[in-house]
Design a binder for this molecule. Structure first.
Ligand SMILES: *[C@@H]1O[C@H](CO)[C@@H](O)[C@H](O)[C@H]1NC(C)=O
Ligand SMILES: *[C@@H]1O[C@H](CO)[C@@H](O)[C@H](O)[C@H]1NC(C)=O
Ligand SMILES: *[C@@H]1O[C@H](CO)[C@@H](O)[C@H](O)[C@H]1NC(C)=O
Ligand SMILES: *[C@@H]1O[C@H](CO)[C@@H](O)[C@H](O)[C@H]1NC(C)=O
Ligand SMILES: *[C@@H]1O[C@H](CO)[C@@H](O)[C@H](O)[C@H]1NC(C)=O
Ligand SMILES: *[C@@H]1O[C@H](CO)[C@@H](O)[C@H](O)[C@H]1NC(C)=O
Ligand SMILES: *[C@@H]1O[C@H](CO)[C@@H](O)[C@H](O)[C@H]1NC(C)=O
Length: 461
């Protein structure tokens, strides 16, 4: 607002200082040397006789609903076009014909629905494309093709479910360093395409506040981004949420609560192109522990070696088979895990014939029973879903007969955050001493994702 008033004052000042151009300025606009402002003028379409010398045109806060072909074709010097806060729902073919000087295009807070392939055709000088807060559900595959100068593209606060990541390739958009897709409703992303994005685009990719469904491929991608310290993850840690099995109320902040993904392997690049599959396993003391040695090698004749933090190198032949055993397929079994079995287990699979080897790392944590009885290793997606359903049934259907809920909870407004330390087999807490004090942990997964804060659509000024 202040910026706009400033802009108008500036324009007025310039207007006083400079002689008016010979070209006519539409009566509802203010024209200066190179700027034409027609904002908040109640326009329903673009004025006919806009001065051709303008480099900046402000049409924001009007009532326009459509852009016809060649709307700006006489404005060959136009670089900045502000059209935020209109009612624009579509653009005609050739809307920006002969406006190829455009570098900054703001169509935010309009009513666009499908971003069609032809919308930005010919804008090869365009650097910033601002489309946040529209009603966009779909971005057609070729939309960004040819926008080879693009630096920043903002698509946040729309209803996008699919985005054509594959159309951004190594040399197609060499300057692209910001792609904001936050606050949309994407559930699954084509992670192979995302992984293939140029590094600079991945670094500037904003995906928080979508409707992502928790799974290992998603987690693996964010794990790598987190490792590289990308600002999108640092700045919006809490807004990165995913839902367990797509249940909107079972939403977790996956950058903070990653125990749900203990079972996931992530590929760790050691020295390219060798990658190591890395995963985490969590068990309680006394439990049987089985570590698979699945690697990228698939041959039938592999020989395996484990390195364990307590026993050193282990092969099938040197194993102490009262405590541990190792199967021909490489799986290592510890009969009853002890706390000091914790640590990093590394398995190497060697294919003698092909002279290949591959490695897998597993970070094992064995917890003491006091702490650990409420945490299971191998927390699976299914386990969580079942737990959640049981919680819901427990909360809403079962009349309260259980001895540990002496004080029936008032209508349960979901409050607690998901705290895997205590809540994994949430339900077993009904039996033990922890019952009362952990009552609100019963609603572990239900976490309202509402925020008082306004939407964050610009990350930089
Ligand atoms: C765009 O420019 C070309 C060549 O300068 C011209 O032939 C064409 O008519 C222009 N298009 C519009 C819509 O004005
Ligand atoms: C998340 O997205 C919704 C729309 O999908 C929006 O209403 C909400 O303000 C966004 N929240 C944040 C914190 O950006
Ligand atoms: C592991 O703990 C047991 C006792 O629980 C102890 O006897 C053993 O020496 C420990 N091993 C190592 C490698 O620390
Ligand atoms: C390896 O063999 C053992 C025993 O036959 C079996 O229990 C285990 O599931 C196998 N592991 C894999 C990864 O196939
Ligand atoms: C795995 O391969 C590398 C090089 O290809 C070799 O240096 C290393 O000794 C091998 N490791 C094993 C356990 O065979
Ligand atoms: C293994 O996991 C523990 C607990 O999550 C962590 O503190 C430790 O640094 C991990 N070790 C490795 C080698 O990743
Ligand atoms: C978790 O790991 C266990 C053992 O490695 C495996 O049997 C199970 O299928 C995995 N679960 C998921 C959801 O990947």
């Amino acid at each position: 607002m202040i910026a706009r008033i400033n802009r108008i004052i500036l324009i007025l000042v310039l207007l006083c200082l400079l002689p008016p151009s010979k070209e006519t300025c539409p009566s509802m606009c203010l024209c200066t040397s190179d700027t034409v402002s027609c904002s908040s003028s109640g326009l329903t379409k673009i004025p006919k006789s806009l001065p051709s010398y303008a480099n900046t045109l402000d049409l924001s806060h009007n009532q326009m609903s459509w852009l016809g072909p060649g709307s700006f074709s006489r404005m060959s010097r136009l670089e900045n076009l502000w059209m935020a806060h209109n009612q624009i729902s579509s653009l005609a073919i050739g809307a920006f014909e002969n406006a190829s000087s455009l570098r900054y295009l703001d169509l935010s807070s309009n009513k666009l629905q499908t971003v069609e392939q032809h919308y930005f055709e010919g804008l090869w000088r365009l650097e910033e494309l601002i489309l946040f807060n529209n009603k966009i559900t779909k971005v057609e595959a070729g939309t960004l093709t040819g926008l080879s100068s693009l630096k920043k593209a903002y698509f946040s606060l729309n209803r996008i479910t699919h985005f054509p990541f594959f159309s951004i390739q190594d040399h197609s958009h060499p300057f692209l360093a910001m792609l904001d897709l936050s606050s949309n409703i994407m559930t699954h992303l084509p992670w192979q395409d995302v992984k293939a994005l140029p590094r600079s685009v991945q670094r500037g990719l904003y995906l928080h506040n979508n409707s992502l469904i928790c799974d290992c491929s998603m987690y693996s991608m964010f794990w790598h981004w987190d490792l590289r310290g990308y600002p999108s993850l640092r700045e919006f840690t809490d807004e990165h949420t995913c839902t367990i099995y797509g249940e909107p109320r079972a939403s977790i902040r996956f950058l903070r609560q990653n125990r749900f993904f203990n079972n996931c392997s992530v590929e760790k690049a050691v020295s390219l192109p060798v990658t190591v599959l890395l995963s985490k396993v969590l068990v309680s003391e006394g439990q049987r522990l089985r570590l698979d040695c699945q690697t990228s090698l698939s041959s039938a004749n592999l020989s395996f070696t484990w390195f364990s933090p307590s026993q050193g190198y282990i092969t099938q032949y040197n194993i102490d088979d009262t405590l541990m055993s190792m199967f021909a397929n490489g799986t290592l079994e510890i009969r009853a895990a002890k706390v000091n079995d914790s640590g990093l287990y590394v398995c190497t699979a060697v294919d003698g014939k092909e002279a290949l080897n591959a490695t897998r790392e597993i970070n094992v944590t064995v917890l003491l029973p006091e702490v650990g009885s409420f945490s299971t290793g191998y927390t699976t997606l299914l386990g969580c879903v079942v737990t959640m359903v049981v919680i819901l049934v427990y909360l809403y259907l079962t009349p309260c007969r259980c001895s540990c809920c002496k004080q029936p909870n008032p209508p349960v407004i979901p409050v607690a955050t998901y705290e895997p330390e205590n809540s994994m087999p949430v339900f077993s807490s009904c039996t033990a001493d922890r019952g009362k004090s952990h009552l609100n942990k019963h609603v572990a997964f239900m976490q309202p994702m509402l925020s008082e804060e306004g939407p964050e659509w610009t990350h930089e000024s």
